[in-house]
Structure formats: C-alpha cells, structure tokens
Design a binder for this molecule. Structure first.
Ligand code: RP5
Length: 166
C-alpha cells in the first residue's frame, strides 16, 4: 500500500529528488512519484490525489518552482499532510517559490521545507516522521539514522578540527 505520493510540477524538478528517494527506499516506505502540474495537467493532479486517498496514503510531497502553487492547490483538495519543496530557477534562485509555498493564507496549511535537494531530503524524512507516529519500529529506525548521522559529523570533526592558540 502506498504511503507517500510525490508530485513534481515538471520533469525539470526531478534532479533534486535523488537523495530523498534513496532515504524513502532505505526506510522501505512505499511511494509513487509522478509529474503532475497544477496548471499544465490539473485533472491528473486531482485524479492522482483521489486515488492516493482512496488507497489509504498518508503524506503528499509537492515539488515545484517559479509560482509554485502545486502544494497549495493539492492542500486545498485533501486533509492529508502536504509538504512543499521549492525548486530554484535561474532568475530568482527560488526565493519566489520558497515565499509562495510558505505564504499559505490561514486555513489551508502546507509545511514548506527549504529549497532544492536539502528540502526534498528533509521532506522525505519528515514524511517518515509523520508515518512513524503510528509505527514504533519506523521511529526506532529514525533514531538509528540520526545516530549514524551524528557519528559521521563527529568523524568529520575529528578529521578537520583546528586549535590555534596564538
Ligand atoms: C513549475 O515550473 C515546475 O515545478 C518547474 O519547477 C517550473 C519550470 O518548469 P519547466 O518549464 O522546466 O517545465 O511548474
């Protein structure tokens, strides 16, 4: 049974999703990734969302750039948690998308991550956290993931630390 639906506004958004998809696979989260645009293929967005809800899906992650209204449109059509990941573009470095996604007027929330790869990685982890609220084993796996991450950071500290005492 699918747990996460990932919607990309365009194929050009795909480049930021690699690491996050890797994480979803590592945690064995069933997910579907589709390219469905709020303005270019709105009927497909609606259809995918309805099917996902019907089969008991838990979290939707929307990835989009420029005016980036995909997450808001999706959130208006579902009570599932909607996470938004803005994508950078050459003209504005993605600040427009970041502000658009994070500026949902009161009433229809969207949880906006940061831009690009880091945002999608956090979106994947946040989706796992949401699913983990009902799954003790998954939460334990997340704890182990964080411990590994901390160990890696400490290893890099050991390798790179500098003390200059004048
Ligand atoms: C948005 O417009 C997409 O999410 C993408 O980030 C941006 C540009 O799309 P393309 O013109 O590259 O297809 O809909």
């Amino acid at each position: 049974m699918l747990k996460v639906l990932i919607l990309l506004g365009s194929q050009s958004d795909l480049v930021i999703t690699e690491k996050g998809q890797e994480i979803l696979r590592e945690f064995k989260i069933p997910y579907e990734l589709r390219i469905a645009s709020a303005h270019r293929s709105p009927a497909l967005v609606e259809e995918l969302l309805q099917n996902f809800e019907k089969q008991g899906g838990k979290v939707v992650i929307c990835v989009a750039g420029m005016s980036a209204h995909l997450a808001g449109v999706v959130a208006s059509q579902t009570n599932l948690p909607v996470l938004a990941v803005p994508v950078a573009n050459a003209a504005t470095a993605g600040l427009d998308a970041l502000l658009s996604m994070s500026q949902m007027p009161a009433g229809i929330p969207v949880a906006t991550m940061t831009l690009g790869k880091a945002g999608f990685t956090n979106g994947a982890l946040f989706a796992i956290q949401i699913i983990g609220t009902n799954d003790k084993e998954l939460t334990e796996e997340l704890v182990r993931y964080r411990k590994t991450q901390a160990t890696e950071v400490m290893a890099s500290d050991n390798k790179n630390r500098v003390i200059f005492k004048g």
